[in-house]
Design a protein around this ligand. Structure first.
Ligand SMILES: Nc1ncnc2c1ncn2[C@@H]1O[C@H](COP(=O)(O)OP(=O)(O)OP(=O)(O)O)[C@@H](O)[C@H]1O
Length: 647
């Protein structure tokens, strides 16, 4: 059966919709910059130009001196040749308009003609070379700023990601700020090109006759004013339509994204989404048509004014000619110069506008880097090589913008060779506490000591190297199965002992599953790439466990390591999480049968430790642990009883 796509293409006659059925989206975070530009006049923008140009040149200079010099220098040289070419053209015309037989006049014009031709040729070559240098410069800048951003984002402390303001600034820097670095350099080179073009023409015209310069500028002004007006109109219109455009992209994503494809079909959302899309596209098309109409009107008015101005220039030239103030050849060159000045002015005006806008967004990137650098943990310098005990002394942690601490004055000790378990209801603070032990968060109060030394004094890289975390919210890294395990300790030196990749996979019950993949350990685990595969939730969790075991760290933190595992895989994994003399294990799980053998169990409630002991001690007490354990056990006992009765 063929499926008919319902909505017809939108047209200008479409009636406006009653209003959005989906909740209106908020303005994007970077909108304030765009608003700032919309409310700034052209001259205010022009006044900031020197600072912006300095900024762009410094950025380009730091990236490649050679290409920066070439981009700007060759454009300036091309400008000099524009002047030379115009002056040579005047020479040619002067000879051609002189009295005498035609062959003599042509002969006399030949040297100037050769000079004009040479100027045009060399100028063309310089412009091409400048374009090449500019094209080389931009990707280098883009790469450099991207690298700087990710070097910083990957170094900041984990807590920064919980700070909504920081996260927003990071998105802003990535979304637009990043791309604008290359753009401001591009704009600057274009601005230089435009200004050099106008200056070169002005110089030539002034040499021919000083009176021609003001005439030329007045004649070129309407075109420049039209360009400014159209650029600003385009921008403010884009601003007004931004929410609708985001909505359109969002709807498009829902209809063409792998992750939403299943739900869209399961809920039969297709017609609903298409109707929404149609409505947004209708409004959007109407707005675009309105813009096209008004831009055409502006262009028509601008062209008329340009025509009148050109006519005025011709009239002035005519009067100057009649009065014998300028020669015919000079007047003809002035007309050629007008074309060149217009092009240069147009380039400069566009470049000024976009340089200002792009620089606003680039500032976001700069601000973010400054702020992010303050959040890179400095830590101490004391070396770390393993531990005998890690003590938490009255440790608390409060997440940003939250009222109550997630971990509240907790004191406990983790000893090498022990398995300890953290249990408690959802939200009681287990994961947060485990992250504190792992050094991923710094406590807001209290001290963590490694063998009696404040963890803040230890070298953070060496401390982190002692820890492996099998996280509750693991990521599906888009690498091969082998790489997915190897990233657990990708920098392990060849002479350092430790389990092999396949050993770790076997211990986590992942080996057989991996060998059944189409390319075994070399299967790419991302369906968005060619030959990529995806795994089930439980299979991914086995891989995550293999990664943690491969890391072979002195402190192993297992946060719900078996939540998605089947009974066999869970049993296999827990065989490898038993006591080991060189390792401490911190285990978090809601399946309390798995913590029975832990050396000590800490029961958390609202961020505080409310009970502590081994399984037998805790079962002997009234309290949360016994209550939770019995609740779980009751489920199994009831099932076992029913099964026995059936037999
Ligand atoms: N990144 C965060 N930002 C703000 N609050 C958070 C953050 N992570 C957790 N919390 C809050 O801190 C408290 C403790 O959360 P935590 O994840 O440590 O609990 P948990 O005991 O591990 O829960 P679960 O059993 O559901 O995994 C909860 O109230 C939670 O809402």
């Amino acid at each position: 059966m063929t499926t008919v796509i319902g909505p017809r293409p939108p047209s200008e006659q479409d009636e406006p919709a009653d209003g959005p059925a989906l909740p209106e989206l908020e303005d994007p975070h970077w909108m304030h910059r765009a608003t700032e530009l919309a409310h700034t006049g052209f001259w205010a923008v022009a006044r900031r130009l020197p600072a912006l140009v300095r900024e762009a040149v410094a950025l380009a200079w730091a990236t490649s001196r050679r290409d920066t010099l070439a981009s700007i220098g060759l454009n300036v040289a091309a400008g000099v040749l524009t002047t030379l070419g115009l002056l040579a053209t005047t020479g040619v015309l002067h000879q051609l308009f002189a009295a005498g037989p035609t062959p003599d006049r042509i002969r006399a014009a030949l040297p100037a003609l050769a000079l004009a031709a040479a100027a045009v040729t060399v100028r063309g070559a310089l412009t091409v070379a400048a374009g090449w240098a500019q094209a080389r410069l931009i990707p280098q800048i883009n790469y450099a700023v991207e690298l700087r951003l990710f070097e910083t984002t990957s170094a900041v402390e984990l807590a920064a990601f919980d700070d909504a303001g920081f996260a927003e600034e990071m998105v802003r820097a990535r979304d637009r700020g990043l791309a604008e670095a290359g753009a401001i350099v591009n704009d600057t080179v274009n601005l230089v090109t435009g200004v050099v073009g106008v200056a070169a023409t002005a110089a030539a015209v002034t040499v021919i006759h000083p009176l021609l310069l003001p005439c030329l500028l007045v004649a070129a002004a309407p075109e420049a004013a039209t360009a400014v007006r159209m650029a600003r109109r385009q921008h403010s219109d884009w601003l007004a339509r931004i929410t609708r455009r985001r909505r359109k992209f969002m709807l498009g994503d829902l209809m063409a994204d792998r992750h939403t494809a299943g739900e869209v079909r399961a809920y039969q959302m297709r017609e609903f989404l298409l109707a929404e899309f149609h409505r947004v596209v209708s409004l959007e098309t109407r707005a675009e048509l309105r813009l096209a109409r008004s831009q055409t009107a502006t262009r028509a008015v601008g062209l008329s004014a340009t025509g009148v101005a050109a006519f005025g220039l011709y009239a002035v030239l005519g009067l100057l000619l009649l009065g014998g103030v300028v020669a015919l050849a000079a007047a003809a060159t002035a007309l050629l110069a007008l074309q060149s000045a217009r092009a240069g002015l147009r380039t400069a005006v566009f470049a000024t506008n976009s340089l200002y806008e792009d620089a606003l967004y680039y500032q976001d990137y700069r601000d973010f880097l400054d702020r992010a650098r303050q959040r890179v943990p400095t830590g101490g310098t004391r070396p770390v090589d393993g531990f005998d005990r890690i003590e938490l002394d009255g440790v608390s942690l409060r997440y940003p913008d939250t009222e109550t601490p997630a971990v509240d004055e907790v004191s406990l000790t983790v000893r090498r060779g022990e398995v300890i378990a953290l249990v408690g209801e959802n939200g009681s603070g287990k994961t947060t506490l485990a992250k504190l032990v792992a050094g991923l968060y710094r406590p807001s109060a209290g001290v963590i000591r490694w063998d009696g030394v404040d963890a803040a004094e230890l070298d953070p890289r060496q401390t982190a190297a002692q820890v492996a975390v099998m996280s509750q919210d693991w990521s599906k890294f888009p690498f091969t199965a082998r790489q997915n395990i190897r990233v657990g300790r990708h920098d392990r030196p060849a002479d350092r002992p430790g389990p092999g990749i396949e050993d770790a996979a076997r211990d986590a019950a992942a080996h057989d599953m991996i060998t059944e993949l189409p390319f075994g350990y070399d299967t790419l685990l991302d369906r968005q790439f060619k030959d990529g595969q995806d795994l089930s939730g439980g299979q991914w969790q086995r891989l995550v466990a293999a990664r943690g075991l491969y890391r072979d760290a002195r402190l192993l933190i297992c946060d719900e390591p078996s939540a998605a595992l089947d009974a066999r895989a869970e049993h296999a994994l827990f065989q490898h999480l038993r006591r080991h003399p060189d390792r401490a294990v911190v285990l978090i799980t809601h399946r309390l049968a798995n913590v029975r053998h832990a050396d000590r169990i800490f029961v958390l409630d609202h961020g505080r430790i409310v009970q502590e002991g081994d399984h037998d001690e805790l079962m002997a007490q009234e309290g949360l642990y016994r209550e939770l354990f019995q609740l779980q056990a009751a489920g199994y006992l009831a099932q076992a009883g029913e099964a026995a009765a059936e037999c």
